[in-house]
Design a protein around this ligand. Structure first.
Ligand SMILES: *Cc1c(COP(=O)(O)O)cnc(C)c1O
Length: 355
């Protein structure tokens, strides 16, 4: 069975507008300059000054004792659950969560953990839903160990968890001896959209990580933060998983650059996402979510053009979007301008009109 994603048809025109994902951002020349100038050492032995600086910055941004640089967000999630859980333990998460849907079954394959879904609208479950799912330790049930949330909820539509709900989840978890883990792949989008600081969102959460290779625009890397003891344990798993690095300061420099220059500008991505959603909503038969951050989900079901055809028609115009079951995900990021958003809307309008 062929498992690689289908590559783009070599005869397709060059990509002009890339809305497929915020992972598609390219490092800017200023970011590359910062990478070139980075002081480096051996990360594995704690000797890379730029990586150490990045970890200190993120630990303080998230209000935690310590942090560690990881090759990816996926490795943050799996290392965190490997620290917290034993074989046969249970993780509680929304059914659309990355840990459940997009990590190749890592938590089952590598840890022997089961993930119990907590349903809710737009990728978010209510604190009450968690409370109702708690089982008192007994002989029949898997021991519940970790509750995890995704800020923002990706497949949920880039939705922002309310601070009050996050606080309540922490309270319920504490009462029931569950660890709390925040997948903050797009936490900084939530921060910019809501005005709540990263530290406030993270308050009370045992582990939190942010991704630098999404909207923040760095080529590689994520940083996970928590107590010093927890981070020591994460380090053990990072070593075991082959995630320890060497002159990672080159990449850490890009992440530091992103913290300094690419956080506030996320608001432009959110403005562009809202404009895109407004424009698409005016096209007959297109159903669009109301984006809170940089992810626009739309469904052309009633437009006379099905999802697959719309995606390929856009592709033939050099516009790339992502497919998600029957919906399409268009993601705004630092390589997407307002003019590109207008062009995307015009292209969809034309494709639908011609159908
Ligand atoms: C992208 C993403 C991840 C994984 O991060 P990688 O750096 O791609 O491994 C995890 N959770 C969410 C919500 C994501 O969007």
């Amino acid at each position: 069975m062929k498992m690689t994603p289908t590559p783009r048809d070599p005869k397709s025109p060059p990509i002009r507008i890339n809305l497929m994902s915020d992972t598609q951002t390219r490092p800017t020349s200023a970011m590359r300059e910062a990478m070139m100038r980075a002081k480096v050492g051996d990360e594995q032995i704690g000797d890379d000054p730029t990586t150490n600086e990045l970890c200190d910055r993120v630990a303080s941004l998230l209000g935690k004792q310590a942090a560690v640089f990881m090759p990816s967000g996926t490795m943050c999630n799996i290392a965190a659950t490997l620290v917290r859980c034993r074989h046969g333990d249970e993780i509680l998460a929304h059914p659309s969560a990355h840990v459940l849907t997009r990590e190749g079954g890592a938590h089952a394959a590598l840890g022997g953990f089961q993930i119990t879904p907590l349903a809710g609208e737009d990728g978010i479950f209510a604190p009450e839903t968690l409370r109702a799912a708690i089982v008192r330790p007994n002989r029949y049930s898997a021991p519940q160990r970790v509750v995890t949330v995704e800020q923002t909820a990706n497949i949920g539509g880039g939705t922002v968890w309310r601070k009050s709900d996050l606080d309540e989840i922490v309270d319920i978890a504490r009462d029931n001896k569950l660890f709390t883990h925040m997948d903050g792949a797009r936490l900084m989008n939530a921060v910019v959209a809501s005005g709540v600081s990263a530290k406030d969102f993270s308050n009370g959460w045992d582990s939190v990580w942010i991704d630098f290779s999404k909207g923040l625009g760095a080529p590689v890397g994520a940083v996970i933060a928590g107590s010093a003891e927890f981070i020591d344990e994460v380090w053990r798993w990072k070593q075991r998983l082959g995630g320890a690095m060497r002159q990672s300061g080159i990449n850490a420099a890009a992440c530091i650059y992103a913290l300094d220059h690419h956080v506030d500008r996320l608001k432009d991505d959110h403005t562009n996402a809202r404009a895109l959603a407004r424009g698409l909503a005016q096209i007959p038969g297109i159903a669009v979510n109301q984006p809170q951050t940089n992810l626009v989900f739309f469904d052309p079901a009633n437009s006379g053009v099905d999802t697959k055809r719309l995606i390929s028609e856009l592709d033939s115009r050099g516009i790339l979007v992502g497919a998600l079951d029957h919906r399409i995900r268009a993601c705004t990021h630092l390589d997407v301008t307002t003019a590109m958003v207008d062009e995307m809307i015009a292209a969809v309008r034309q494709i639908v009109a011609q159908a």
